[in-house]
Design a protein around this ligand. Structure first.
Ligand SMILES: C[S@@+](CC[C@H](N)C(=O)[O-])C[C@H]1O[C@@H](n2cnc3c(N)ncnc32)[C@H](O)[C@@H]1O
Length: 254
């Protein structure tokens, strides 16, 4: 199917606009969740297919059709730092229009997570992985961080394709009751989170912005001893999505 052009030509054609899938697991997840992957390389096709048989039987045939073996030096020239699995691929970034449509669709069966001006790329990746695991509708970021930055994609383990990931203004957030997480809020354990909730979290440095706080319908706190100032952003998202999944409204939870 891709036999007409060599993998390097295809790589170069997609390198600028494509999303780098760094390693076997990122490629596996992206394929599982319907990513379009125009090029994938490996330093050892046979070993990668054995890995696929062991860990990802559902995408083994797709990988067989897609993977081209390249010399280790060629592989190393395509990625910022080599991954232990020797696998790399480029995926087509889903269109903003498609993501906005997903985020706007009602009735919603699972919450949208909002990161208000996050600063740490690793946190954003971890949150996208969490959102994918809980089947959240999407992850929206406000502010300047690009949620499709290669470091975020690496942290997300290829799971950007399992949930709608976009950057929006606070004035453009999806509809639905806005629950903002803040240590000063009401104890989350007294609240059921509905499936159409918009769950907002503040930045690592300064917490929720005044703009987001002003739009919030509810401020919720995660249980925490008084002497502790706050939790890490991604762990706060984890606890909140778990709370959604464990309370009555979670029809869409896995
Ligand atoms: C690292 S904290 C922000 C700390 C920041 N220095 C501040 O002034 O709020 C990042 C975000 O995680 C969430 N968070 C952390 N601990 C929380 C708690 N105990 N209850 C509710 N949300 C919490 C909030 O959304 C917070 O804005």
């Amino acid at each position: 199917m891709h036999g007409m052009t060599d993998p390097l030509t295809r790589w170069r054609a997609h390198a600028d606009a494509g999303v780098l899938l760094d390693g076997f697991h990122a490629l596996k997840h992206a394929l599982r969740f319907g990513a379009e992957v125009p090029v994938a390389v490996t330093t050892d096709r046979a070993a990668t297919l054995v890995l696929a048989e062991e860990l990802a039987g559902d995408v083994r045939d797709a990988l067989d059709a897609l993977l081209t073996q390249v010399p280790a030096e060629t592989y190393a020239s395509l990625v910022p730092r080599p991954h232990p699995t020797g696998v790399a691929a480029l995926a087509v970034r889903p269109s903003r229009t498609a993501n906005l449509r997903t985020l706007a669709r009602t009735p919603r069966t699972a919450p949208v997570v909002v990161l208000d001006n996050p600063r740490n790329l690793g946190n954003a990746g971890a949150v996208i992985r969490l959102a994918a695991g809980f089947g959240a509708t999407g992850v929206v970021t406000t502010g300047t961080l690009d949620p499709w930055h290669p470091t975020v994609v690496r942290g997300g383990a290829g799971l950007h394709f399992a949930t709608a990931v976009e950057r929006l203004g606070v004035d453009e957030l999806p509809t639905g009751p806005l629950f903002a997480l803040d240590p000063e809020g009401m104890d989350i354990r007294g609240t059921e989170l509905p499936d159409d909730a918009v769950l907002a979290f503040g930045s690592e440095r300064s917490g929720l912005s005044a703009e987001l706080r002003a739009r919030a319908d509810h401020l919720l706190a995660l249980p925490m001893r008084p002497q502790v100032s706050s939790y890490n952003l991604a762990t706060s998202v984890a606890m909140t999505l778990y709370h959604w999944s464990a309370t009555g409204g979670a029809h869409g939870a896995p």
